[in-house]
Design a protein around this ligand. Structure first.
Ligand SMILES: *Cc1c(COP(=O)(O)O)cnc(C)c1O
Ligand SMILES: [Zn+2]
Length: 418
């Protein structure tokens, strides 16, 4: 039973039927899906959720589509890992990692696309499309394949190889645009006016965004039905951060967790940090930037939800910070070397961002902190490869191996006692 009721303008509050639309006709404010929480109270229980599938669709009651109509390739209910080694390194006693690298197309974007694709099929679109910084393209192409829809995905031409192949393999119409993500997005808005396609992050955006809430839901369930004290989230458009918070609030409204005044902090790459920059200036006015960073998945110069992300961070006593490219690589390495998780550049942004927030006293040492690791590292090998030690190259004999090892490590390890 989906009780998604209406679309509501976030600015003027005008309501609309559920339809493929993302802006208010009166004030051009963004539309959001609203639910009848009163109808859900008592119906949605911890037991009901726990008896659901081991995917994000265990939260179907809080999504704008029925579970039986879901295009589901096994997304969500990803591990929440305690991170004692990294915690020690950063000075945090209760650090957790939400590992969304392990989704079907190896990023959290499968959550938003699973919802958007299901809704698009409900609305009887035959073409699924997107403007993407890379991960979204992978996920749209995969879900369209599964749903038997046409896929048309638009990306900036300078993406990492892993992200290009990771889309092309599903055989979409893959369009590499000579320009930035913001150019791609403008083109797609124009195409959306002309062609009857479901652009998941344009005309389907209100539904798409709802998928991110499940990260908030899952984390609370996995903490034993308790909200974190502090969430650390990477920001591109800013949507993810606002929706994780919405997910946590919903569980509190439904009485499934106690209200815990969770703080929301956002991290960007310095080379594309319009939201963090407005935060630092104490302003609500986001100045668009021209992206220049290795964190291509976060390279949105004109963030659609930047204002709402600022509002969420400020109203929850969180903060925003920006991290340079060198720190991003260090963050990827630190996460891999301490906890065995190979994240993409957005993960490096989060880990180095968290380190800075702790150092500056903006995250408390004993808070229950959840860092959101939103995409997998094999997609962005270019970013980290130059920083890694090359393999020892040897001939297939012991002498050659020992020569190379001694050269690298200075001494040879102890042999077995005979
Ligand atoms: C898209 C993306 C984000 C940020 O998403 P927004 O909702 O646009 O802020 C974070 N991490 C990764 C890996 C992404 O692909
Ligand atoms: Zn409006």
């Amino acid at each position: 039973m989906s009780v998604a009721k209406k679309l509501r303008c976030r600015e003027c509050g005008r309501e609309y039927q559920l339809e493929p639309s993302n802006v208010c006709e009166f004030c051009f404010g963004p539309l959001e899906v609203v639910y009848d929480y009163a109808a859900l109270a008592g119906h949605v229980t911890r037991e009901r959720i726990e008896a659901g599938p081991p995917t994000m669709w265990r939260y179907a009651d809080l999504l704008p589509v029925d579970a039986e109509n879901a295009v589901d390739i096994g997304t969500g209910f990803t591990p929440l890992l305690r991170a004692p080694n990294l915690g020690r390194e950063l000075g945090l006693s209760r650090l957790y990692l939400k590992n969304d690298c392990v989704n079907p197309t190896w990023s959290f974007k499968d959550r938003v696309v699973s919802v958007a694709c299901s809704v698009a099929r409900d609305f009887e679109f035959d073409t699924l499309a997107c403007a993407s910084t890379g991960n979204l393209a992978n996920s749209v192409a995969a879900h369209a394949a599964r749903a038997g829809m046409q896929a048309r995905v638009f990306i900036p031409a300078d993406l990492e190889q892993g992200k290009i192949i990771g889309s092309a393999v599903y055989a979409p119409t893959l369009v590499a645009v000579d320009g930035s993500y913001d150019d791609v997005n403008r083109l797609c808005s124009e195409l959306g006016d002309k062609y009857p396609w479901a652009f998941v992050n344009i005309n389907i955006r209100p539904f798409y965004a709802e998928g991110s809430k499940t990260l908030g839901h899952e984390v609370c369930e996995q903490l034993g039905w308790r909200a974190p004290d502090h969430c650390i989230v990477p920001m591109a458009s800013g949507s993810l951060l606002t929706k994780i918070y919405k997910g946590i609030k919903e569980l509190a409204w439904l009485g499934l967790i106690d209200w815990n005044a969770t703080r929301m902090s956002g991290v960007q790459a310095l080379g594309c940090s319009p939201i963090a920059e407005a935060y630092e200036r104490d302003s609500w006015n986001i100045r668009p930037q021209k992206p220049k960073t290795i964190a291509k998945s976060l390279a949105i110069g004109n963030p659609a939800d930047g204002y709402y992300a600022l509002k969420t961070m400020r109203s929850t006593n969180g903060s925003a910070i920006a991290i340079n490219d060198e720190e991003i690589i260090e963050g990827i390495q630190l996460l891999a070397e301490t906890e065995g998780i190979f994240a993409e550049t957005a993960g490096g942004v989060v880990i180095s961002g968290l380190r800075r927030l702790v150092r500056e006293g903006r995250v408390e040492p004993d808070e229950v902190v959840v860092a959101f690791i939103t995409g997998a590292g094999l997609k962005t090998q270019e970013a980290v490869a130059p920083a890694l030690k090359p393999a020892l190259t040897v001939e297939a004999n012991i002498e050659s191996f020992e020569r190379a090892l001694e050269e690298r490590e200075g001494v040879l390890p102890l042999t077995k006692a005979v």
